[in-house]
Design a protein around this ligand. Structure first.
Ligand code: ZN
Ligand code: ZN
Length: 591
């Protein structure tokens, strides 16, 4: 799911007011023609973006390699122009709410595409966008196609790599060090993938074609290695010139624009940042109060550190030692899911369709092998597919690494993870979004709403008494649950602070590590990984907290307005019924 929302970079800068034509409100019903337009739009979209199509399970253009450069950008700008024109013929008032949101999502996508080409221009500074490895992986992993057909497709796709890299070189005018390093390491991975998995699958053909294919594959490896060499050369030049290199920090102007397109929030980036700063202080106060209460239980007579943050950190480290055995990790997840479902039902929080159970499975091999947990939903072209809860295997971990992982996902955090990923988090949201199927919301859906809902679900479950539930903890361990929940929540709060500070306020690596380790109580390895992610991406780290804050604030304002009449279950069901739409549009439609 993460991948999906990553690709869907979208917003509607101009509020749709100007399109409303009051006189037509009841006169025109454009829904049927808008449905037809959407079908055409998606068809064209896939033709324009073959790699994206492949990743969504649409395989008609698998063999097409798009050559980057000015001609391609002109083609895309024309696509934007044509479709913005088409959209202008559908007044929002002539559409039902489902289509009105789709209209906004498509409009945002188009304007975001235009902005990417004319203003953001990552093709000039991010060489990692020329790594074609993941789409080859998507083609190879397509289970619906025979090996010989896949080999032919890959052969065709790689045929023009030399032209492709020549165009890439022409476009890369001001690379950042960080994105160049990323490109080099990723492309090396791609080469090794070509030389192992791809080569093996071609060899397995054993027919007369495989000889030609293998020769072409060798050429692809040579072209890619030459491009890597070129990037390594650029990297050396950068060291030599010193100060004149483009920074990975995008600065306030671009950040604000990207935030508007990617998050589609009712708030501005700076407001969210300020809100997160304040929230961090509140969380520290809550945590200090709990830590003082819990100290004797876990630390006995040991002296409490004078610095409250040190005290919190010491206590978290001790409580984290309560965790399942490595061989029981998946079993424990399987045990907790029905208990969570039962709680949601008992407390009347949300109706969940029992006919579509979640399938917990060991993470498939091709999912990168990074231990962790994720939800895979069936793609838009695989409607009857299962929804899986993928659980990373700890089998390959050294005892020390497994212990560190299990402390991270200790007894309490594991419950919060299950709430976030499954019930009533991502999985429950998916069930609702599937009830009003919209291919537009599947491919251009709003990541901040989806992540925000899962983060909101954590908070809401604890508010409704999950911390007092003894079915998993054995006895009431309310303070432990809340303390660990706050630690987990600090992560999303600090993701926002980090991202904004790094890109807009020039935060240094030392300052970032200090924030994450001393204020969010993270281990060094996690903090370093997060710093790196903040240097390579922009805005995405804000989506979790922004979505959460918007949903939470919206609920609180409705509660205030409706008083005793407010019904939590109805609120949740209504909220989710609009699918993966930006919270600001859902608010508009619910009020
Ligand atoms: Zn242990
Ligand atoms: Zn999530």
């Amino acid at each position: 799911m993460k991948k999906l929302f990553y690709l869907a970079c979208s917003v509607f800068l101009i509020s749709c007011d100007h399109q409303e034509n009051k006189g037509q409100e009841t006169a025109i019903d454009n829904n049927a023609s808008f449905d037809r337009y959407k079908e055409r739009f998606v068809e064209e979209l896939w033709k324009m973006y073959p790699d994206w199509a492949t990743s969504q399970g649409y395989h008609a253009y698998d063999s097409v390699l798009v050559i980057p450069g000015p001609a391609e950008r002109a083609r895309r700008l024309q696509f934007v122009k044509n479709n913005l024109d088409s959209l202008s013929h559908f007044p929002k008032s002539s559409l039902n709410s489902n289509n009105a949101i789709d209209l906004a999502l498509i409009g945002n996508f188009l304007k975001s595409t235009e902005w990417g080409i004319t203003t953001f221009k990552s093709y000039e500074w991010d060489p990692s966008m020329y790594n074609y490895g993941s789409v080859i992986g998507d083609i190879l992993n397509n289970k619906q196609v025979h090996t010989d057909a896949k080999a032919a497709t890959i052969n065709a796709k790689l045929k023009n790599l030399e032209t492709y890299f020549a165009a890439a070189k022409a476009d890369i005018s001001s690379p950042t060090k960080e994105h160049t390093d990323l490109a080099i390491s990723q492309l090396k991975g791609t080469v090794s993938f070509l030389e192992t998995s791809v080569k093996d699958s071609i060899k397995a053909l054993g027919n007369e074609l495989s000889y030609t294919y293998l020769q072409n594959l060798d050429k692809a490896v040579v072209s890619t290695n030459a491009f890597i060499k070129y990037l390594e050369g650029l990297r050396k030049e950068m060291e030599a010139v010193g100060g004149k290199i483009r920074s990975f920090r995008i600065g306030k102007e671009l950040y604000d624009q990207k935030f508007a397109f990617d998050i589609q929030s009712g708030m501005k980036a700076e407001e969210v940042y300020e809100k997160a700063l304040q929230r961090k202080d509140e969380l520290h106060q809550e945590m200090a109060a709990i830590a003082k209460r819990l100290w004797p239980k876990y630390m006995g007579k040991a002296e409490q550190p004078a610095d409250v943050k040190e005290m919190i950190k010491a206590l978290i480290g001790t409580i984290a030692k309560t965790h399942v055995k490595r061989e029981d990790f998946q079993k424990e997840i399987e045990r907790e899911i029905p208990i969570l479902t039962g709680f949601v039902k008992k407390k009347n929080l949300l109706y969940m369709d029992p006919s579509k159970p979640l399938v917990v499975r060991k993470e498939p091999e091709w999912m990168a092998g990074v231990a962790g947990a994720s939800i895979s939903s069936p793609g838009p072209y695989d409607k009857n597919g299962n929804t899986f809860y993928n659980v990373g295997s700890l089998a390959a971990y050294s005892p020390a690494d497994a212990e560190s992982y299990l402390r991270e996902y200790n007894k309490y955090i594991l419950q919060i993870l299950n709430i976030h990923e499954a019930i009533p988090g991502h999985y429950a949201q998916l069930i609702y979004s599937n009830q009003s199927p919209s291919i537009i919301k599947t491919i251009l859906g709003n990541g901040a709403m989806v992540e925000g809902w899962a983060v909101y679900a954590e908070r809401m479950m604890l508010e409704e008494g999950w911390a007092k539930n003894t079915e998993i903890n054995g006895s009431i361990e309310e303070d432990e649950m809340w303390l660990m929940y706050y630690k987990w929540h600090l992560r999303v709060v600090c993701n926002t602070i980090l991202d904004y500070s790094v890109h807009v306020k020039g935060m240094t690596e030392d300052e970032a590590l200090n924030l994450l380790m001393n204020e969010a109580f993270q281990e060094k390895a996690e903090a370093q990984g997060k710093w790196r992610r903040a240097t390579l991406t922009q805005v995405q780290l804000c989506s979790y907290y922004t979505g959460f804050a918007e949903i939470f604030d919206f609920r609180e304002s409705l509660k205030k307005k409706e008083g005793k009449a407010f019904d939590l279950k109805k609120f949740h069901e209504k909220f989710l019924s609009y699918g993966s739409a930006p919270v600001k549009y859902i608010k508009e439609l619910m009020q």
